[in-house]
Write a protein that binds this ligand. Structure first.
Ligand SMILES: [Zn+2]
Length: 322
């Protein structure tokens, strides 16, 4: 994800509660939702095993097939939405979004859960020697997808009565990370990021389908911190409040920080604008710098940047919304 920071309102340096391992302190009034951080972790490893999921590569193809099969295995109705968008150089780029529908369309209430699954083709935030290497994208891609796969698995294990009330669509966006490489200063096209969500959100028939939505982006790191992102507050403040409150009730207030953060152009921005949908972005910002973590868009975004406990926390918070 590329950061277009406008305002970093306030990032009070909070005394960090050490919480690398399992959460022992529970301030929960809420029953802890079923979720397996270990299972989600295994889904990250599986995606990395394909190699960098750069659009147009064999690794990307294999990952599309595997994700489709996994979601179908968990009982979802899956469609791969194909399309073409123009990339940062004005070239045609094939886009394949993976759309999984869980629960009959007739259900009164439906939530959108989404994440991007593609890997960035360039490590443009790394040393120059690595610029033309793809990002392994363990966290910036695979982590969010892994949590949503585990959510689909947990829903498939739910008893019928719970499943009948809320429908869930899981959309895995393609070509989120194809934006103009930072080393190509001369090119300044607009909207070169999030090509998959821009394509998907053009479908007017989606308007009114969802009550609200959650985007997961860079959500698996050890010591991860999420702040209340500006556009999420603009588009969906009551839902930001709802999610942050659930996180606190589950004992994760040290991860879901009750602080405002800047504006980030991410998939939620295009989906929210096009569908007039309240949708929030849960995304990692470094608590000290207010920017993306050091490993962002570098070769270091590998399995070292994934922590089972963080996947567990995010998974429980998302499950608590269903
Ligand atoms: Zn990225």
């Amino acid at each position: 994800m590329r950061a277009r920071y406008y305002i970093l309102l306030a990032l009070a340096a909070l005394a960090m509660l050490g919480c690398g391992g399992k959460t022992t302190h529970t301030t929960t009034e809420m029953a802890r939702p079923a979720f397996s951080g270990d299972s989600a972790y295994s889904y990250v490893v599986k995606q990395l095993d394909f190699g960098a999921r750069v659009p147009g590569t064999e690794a990307h193809d294999s990952c599309v097939q595997w994700l489709t099969a996994q979601l179908e295995r968990f009982g979802a109705e899956v469609e791969v939405q194909e399309g073409v968008m123009l990339d940062y150089a004005g070239e045609k780029q094939r886009v394949r979004n993976i759309v999984a529908r869980i629960g009959e369309d007739s259900l009164a209430k439906r939530i959108l859960l989404c994440a991007h699954f593609d890997s960035r083709p360039w490590c443009d935030e790394d040393e120059e020697a690595a610029w033309y290497q793809p990002v392994p994208a363990a966290n910036d891609g695979a982590g969010g997808v892994a949590v949503l796969l585990e959510v689909a698995r947990q829903i498939s294990l739910m008893t019928n009565d719970k499943r009948r009330t809320t429908g869930v669509d899981i959309v895995l966006f393609d070509c989120e990370d194809m934006g103009t490489p930072s080393f190509l200063k001369e090119i300044d096209r607009q909207d070169t990021w999030c090509l998959g969500s821009q394509l998907w959100a053009r479908d007017a028939s989606l308007r009114g389908r969802y009550e609200w939505g959650i985007l997961l982006d860079m959500i698996g790191a050890p010591g991860a911190t999420f702040f209340r992102e500006y556009y999420s507050e603009q588009m969906a403040s009551p839902y930001v409040q709802k999610v942050w409150k659930s996180a606190a009730e589950l004992g994760y207030e040290h991860i879901f920080r009750n602080e405002q953060a800047g504006a980030i152009i991410d998939d939620h921005y295009y989906v929210g604008q096009a569908l007039n949908l309240p949708i929030i972005d849960i995304i990692h910002l470094d608590e000290h710098t207010g920017t993306f973590p050091r490993w962002w868009h570098t070769q270091q975004d590998d399995i070292q940047q994934i922590d089972r406990a963080t996947l567990q926390a995010v998974g429980e918070v998302v499950m608590s919304q269903l």
